[in-house]
Design a protein around this ligand. Structure first.
Ligand code: GCB
Length: 608
């Protein structure tokens, strides 16, 4: 009982920290910002000396918590003992993981302290100022001018803190402790098949906003309708009767809203003729949201997505999702992808494959990917990092997963490209797991009733070459998605010719992963492991096998590019890379790329 009470108390504290201090700022790129990207000084601190004293007590818990520790104090007295110096420390580029910037940090998992100095003059003295991080992996403590702003947990979602009262015009010092140690109770947990890149991995910026500002808005077609647009706007504070205008010039929409006592306003606006967003017609409308002081401009597409029986209906029409999985990694650089250029490289390869869909695995990717997917007309699956063996019955773990899911939905709900929220990947069925995922799915639906819910499930039944998927979580999803590796982890590729699938759900079926490894440039016959020929033959046979599933409505093979993974230790072949990409580590396409492209070219024609 006592333990439960402590856990509840702890998770309460955790949610205060994450919900109240971190301020939601939707579409930060459209606000008045000042970039803090660039070189930051850093100190490697594996023993967390800057955080804990020699009795392993956090300096936070002391009366004068920060005296003398890694908070960039000015050394005025030369007799003072100070055992660190940011000024004389080397620099890392932000955004960017630390692993790929310095050889000695390649395998590092622990704490690094970052420091940046900056001047900032507000454009209006009444304005409020925030510091915004696109993401930092995994646990981040942020300090400005010696004061703690907060702690954020989770490696792939944005967070921000108000700094209005701490900011000076000159010589501000922002210090950030980033710790990427894997944790049993974390989301993800200890065990994954990707590189645990640490650091400030996405853009950092100062955001200047009016005293009361539009913190969030949702502008989309209501579920199942193409005759009206629903606009919901939320202010940073519960201010009533504030006038907000929403304009969509091309649709001749000019709506005036007034906020209620919660600082919220919503309206449903009838529209006559709207050009619906789709991969063939990625039409985006200019939308402006104004509170009289700040105008936020966005480009938003309007489309519907639903399922009916075995079909996925985009704008009412049955569609086949020709996809590919992607990790947020720039294969050629061997590090986290973070920029518009990285997004363009990855998504142009996707287009070249003749895809209309990507699965962004296994965690939320950076916002540039979604904005570009909107423009290029690529449908998107976004995923919560609930991977393999999460602690299902730990409340702290659940709250963490729920928070990360909330944050990605809040960030990307205005992106037409996003059609699927994925709750998890390859999670073993058990009662606590079913509860955990069921509660996540209910939460996702309560936040967004316009998109589809899924998860990458596992295959559970194999008898005389008849395979099935039986999972109680299937009741919660709109699309049955599962990962299967016949021909790689299970038999040889020719096994695909003998297998039939029995899937007893009246829902669309997609295969969220299949594949096998090949070292780009290695050749052999179809049965030589790691050769391009083996991988290509496996693709060929797998696609023929899957095409016989009556409810087959899409597929996202594993994976676009080779990616780094410490699990992959085979010398000469793997050398720390998972080789299942259809594109090699140097950007060269393997044979399987063309096998898949060929299948998609035909599928595009035949599935009409
Ligand atoms: C999977 C996982 C993925 C791995 C892949 C593999 O099922 O979902 O994260 O990387 O298999 O290569 O084994």
């Amino acid at each position: 009982m006592k333990i439960l009470k402590y856990t509840l108390f702890f998770s309460f504290l955790l949610s205060i920290n994450q919900n109240l201090i971190s301020q939601l700022i939707t579409n930060v790129y459209a606000r008045q910002t000042f970039s803090l990207n660039g070189k930051w000084n850093y100190i490697i601190d594996p023993y967390e000396t800057g955080y804990y004293d020699y009795r392993y007590q956090p300096h936070d818990s002391r009366k004068n918590p920060w005296d003398g520790f890694f908070l960039d104090k000015k050394q005025t007295d030369k007799t003072q003992l100070v055992e660190y110096s940011f000024d004389q420390s080397p620099t890392l580029m932000v955004p960017g993981d630390w692993n790929s910037q310095d050889d000695k940090l390649l395998y590092y998992e622990g704490t690094i302290w970052y420091r940046k100095k900056f001047d900032y003059k507000k454009t209006d003295s009444n304005n409020r100022v925030f510091v915004y991080f696109g993401a930092a992996n995994y646990e981040t403590d942020v300090y400005l001018n010696g004061k703690k702003l907060g702690k954020h947990i989770g490696g792939f979602t944005p967070f921000s803190y108000e700094i209005t009262n701490l900011l000076k015009e000159n010589e501000n010092s922002i210090v950030v402790k980033v710790d990427n140690k894997r944790k049993r109770e974390g989301v993800p947990t200890l065990n994954t098949d990707w590189w645990n890149y640490g650091g400030i991995t996405r853009d950092v910026m100062i955001v200047e906003l009016p005293k009361t500002f539009v913190s969030d808005y949702t502008i989309q077609l209501p579920k199942g309708s193409t005759k009206s647009i629903r606009c919901k706007v939320k202010l940073s504070d519960p201010v009533a009767n504030k006038k907000i205008t929403v304009t969509i010039p091309e649709l001749k929409i000019n709506a005036n809203l007034s906020t209620d006592n919660n600082g919220e306003a919503s309206v449903i606006l009838p529209v006559k003729k709207i050009s619906l967003w789709s991969p063939e017609n990625p039409k985006l409308y200019n939308v402006n949201i104004s509170d009289g002081t700040e105008t936020i401009s966005d480009e938003i597409g309007f489309r519907t997505i639903e399922t009916k029986g075995h079909d996925i209906l985009l704008n009412g029409k049955s569609i086949f999702l020709r996809g590919i999985c992607i990790h947020e990694e720039n294969a050629m650089r061997g590090g986290r992808a973070y920029s518009e250029e990285d997004a363009a490289m990855l998504l142009n390869w996707v287009k070249e494959l003749n895809c209309n869909y990507v699965r962004l695995a296994h965690y939320p990717h950076n916002e540039h990917m979604l904005k570009l997917a909107d423009k290029l007309g690529i449908l998107v699956w976004e995923e919560n990092p609930v991977y393999w063996t999460i602690l299902w019955d730990n409340e702290e773990t659940f709250n963490n997963a729920k928070q990360q899911l909330t944050d990605v939905i809040e960030r990307d709900k205005n992106r037409a490209s996003v059609i699927i929220w994925s709750m998890a990947n390859e999670t073993p069925v058990s009662e606590p797991r079913n509860m955990f995922l069921g509660n996540l799915a209910k939460h996702a639906r309560s936040l967004d009733d316009t998109r589809l819910i899924s998860a990458a499930l596992e295959v559970h039944g194999e008898k005389n070459n008849v395979f099935s998927v039986e999972d109680p979580f299937s009741d919660y999803v709109d699309i049955i998605n599962f990962n299967q590796y016949i021909g790689w982890y299970n038999g040889l590729p020719e096994k695909c010719d003998k297998v039939t699938w029995k899937i007893n759900y009246n829902k669309p079926v997609m295969i969220s992963e299949f594949g096998g490894g090949a070292l780009q440039g290695m050749h052999g016959d179809n049965l030589t492991r790691w050769s391009e020929e083996y991988q290509s033959d496996l693709y060929d046979r797998t696609l023929k096998m899957l095409d016989k599933i009556p409810q087959f409505r899409g597929v996202s093979p594993w994976i676009l590019c080779d990616f780094r993974s410490p699990r992959r230790v085979l010398p000469v072949i793997q050398d720390g890379w998972n080789r299942k990409g259809v594109i090699g580590e140097n950007g060269t396409k393997k044979k399987a790329f063309f096998t898949l492209k060929n299948f998609y070219t035909k599928k595009k024609e035949s599935f009409k």
